[in-house]
Design a protein around this ligand. Structure first.
Ligand SMILES: Nc1ncnc2c1ncn2[C@@H]1O[C@H](COP(=O)(O)OP(=O)(O)OP(=O)(O)O)[C@@H](O)[C@H]1O
Ligand SMILES: [Mg+2]
Length: 462
């Protein structure tokens, strides 16, 4: 952090001089003698603290203060005045001054106040920075992918973010529904307002209503005091209703009402509260099917489905896998303060042909585990979990047959080979037991082994 800047605005050279003497060691000082000059300096120097004389010829200090706050809201202003009137003090506060000091001032007192103002500026800059970080973390640039479906999602997210339209996000578990919801929020003009997540599957119907809408004191036996609901806390921001398909039909009706009227009533309440909330809903169940089966109100479905985004499972966008792998290798290394691991070509092959039933979350967890647990720099196939090594063989064979690089009979051979090798391993290389695992005789097993060129290290009969 560079040296903080203090701007002194006073028309009297003597006052500026003495203030410069007091603060010259701790601050870089700049000075202005009047309003216009002060505004110019504020724009140019972005001072952390401003000492502003309240009664200067020309524009009065309060006017200057107002304009300063417009161009440079995070610099804190301390008003200096010779008049000790409650009215000026009050006006200064109203206009956004941080503090107020009466001339002639006590040096120590003034120092203390300037320190406090500096602290305040630094804190508010820190908060702004964190907020920006948060926005960056959930920015579109952190959604990785180049498949057609992801590119289309980027496009919709960037168009829809700035609108207030309700968005419905569907997709299997782990496909990135919450990530997209956050990206929409943090790219909207609501980014500095709350993003509230409600998991509709986590609570029974009776509780979810009091969670959503809150309750008044005395609404039920244990309601000792009024409780704010998620609609209250999301005011001005975004309410993310996760697993919306799990909502009971009664709650669905109340939710629809709240969305349509932009108001709601607390349990046990008699008055409606107005709210300004953007709704994003997500579901890993097919809502349309739920509607058909009578488990979801069609009117609510249509109200939520203004903009719909479907996140395809990862197995349907395999071209995203290498990018995601690279992304998570980098992130997990960073989080664990180590060097990013490398993956052997064979490992990448396996990852490409795996079906990822847990989608991106499963891939993320895998890379995290590999980053933490594998000690060597290059991750090999032996480090992959069994599930990936196994299921992979079948998936990759299927893939190769369907893209014409492997004939059906070779594929069948390969599949059989794989099963026989696995069965032998499982049976401790006892062929009789392996044969019975496979539901065949030892004789046929031996015949197939020979045919498939499977050489056993032990020919021990069982
Ligand atoms: N395209 C992507 N780029 C980068 N990270 C992603 C991507 N998609 C998902 N992720 C990451 O994968 C993890 C799972 O994503 P998320 O929680 O958004 O999934 P979800 O669809 O809400 O899952 P669930 O239905 O289980 O709640 C998160 O850590 C998220 O950051
Ligand atoms: Mg989720």
């Amino acid at each position: 952090m560079g040296q903080a800047v203090l701007l002194i605005v006073d028309d009297e050279a003597g006052v500026r001089e003495s203030l410069r003497l007091i603060f010259g060691k701790d601050f870089r000082i700049c000075e202005a003698t009047g309003c216009e000059e002060a505004i110019g300096k504020v724009k140019e120097e972005k001072p952390e603290v401003i000492l502003l004389d309240i009664l200067m010829p020309g524009a009065d200090g309060l006017e200057t203060l107002k304009r300063m706050k417009d161009v440079h809201p995070d610099g804190q202003v301390i008003m200096l005045t010779a008049l000790n009137t409650a009215r000026t003090a009050f006006a200064a506060r109203e206009t956004g001054a941080f503090d107020y000091v009466i001339k002639p001032f006590d040096v120590n007192e003034l120092r203390l106040r300037v320190d406090r103002a500096l602290e305040k500026t630094r804190l508010s800059r820190e908060v702004a920075r964190l907020q920006q970080d948060l926005g960056r973390r959930f920015g579109i640039q952190n959604i990785v992918g180049k498949s057609k479906s992801i590119l289309e999602i980027f496009r919709i997210v960037s168009v829809v973010a700035s609108k207030k339209s309700t968005v419905l996000i569907t997709g299997e578990s782990g496909t990135g529904k919450e990530l997209i919801a956050r990206a929409i929020h943090f790219n909207s003009d609501r980014a500095n307002k709350p993003f509230v997540v409600v998991n509709c599957a986590a609570l029974p119907d009776a509780l979810i209503e009091s969670e959503l809408f809150g309750y008044e004191r005395g609404a039920f036996t244990n309601a000792y005091q009024r409780k704010m609901g998620h609609f209250d806390s999301a005011h001005g921001g975004t309410l993310f209703l996760d697993e919306i398909g799990e909502l009971g039909v009664g709650t669905q009706a109340k939710l629809l009402r709240a969305i349509e009227t932009e108001s709601f009533m607390r349990l046990g309440g008699t008055e409606e509260s107005k709210v300004d909330v953007r709704i994003i809903a997500a579901s890993n169940r097919e809502l349309e099917k739920l509607v058909k089966d009578g488990g979801f109100r069609p009117d609510l479905f249509y109200r939520l489905n203004v903009v719909s985004l479907h996140l395809p499972p990862l197995r349907e966008r395999q071209e995203d896998v290498p990018l995601l792998v690279e992304h998570f290798l980098r992130i997990k290394a960073c989080e664990n303060s180590c060097k990013p691991k490398n993956l052997s070509a064979e490992v990448i092959d396996y990852l490409l042909s795996y079906s990822w039933p847990g989608n991106v979350r499963e891939l993320e967890n895998l890379i995290e585990r590999l980053t933490i647990l594998v000690s060597q720099d290059v991750v090999g196939v032996e480090n992959l979990p069994e599930a990936i090594r196994q299921r992979d063989a079948v998936a990759s064979v299927r893939e190769r047959v369907l893209n014409g690089s492997l004939s059906l009979s070779d594929a069948v051979d390969e599949f059989e080979r794989e099963l026989i090798v696995k069965a032998l391993e499982k049976a401790g290389h006892n062929q009789t037991r392996a044969a019975s695992l496979l539901g065949t005789s030892r004789r046929i097993l031996r015949y197939r082994m020979e045919k498939l060129n499977i050489i056993e290290r032990s020919h021990a009969a069982g």
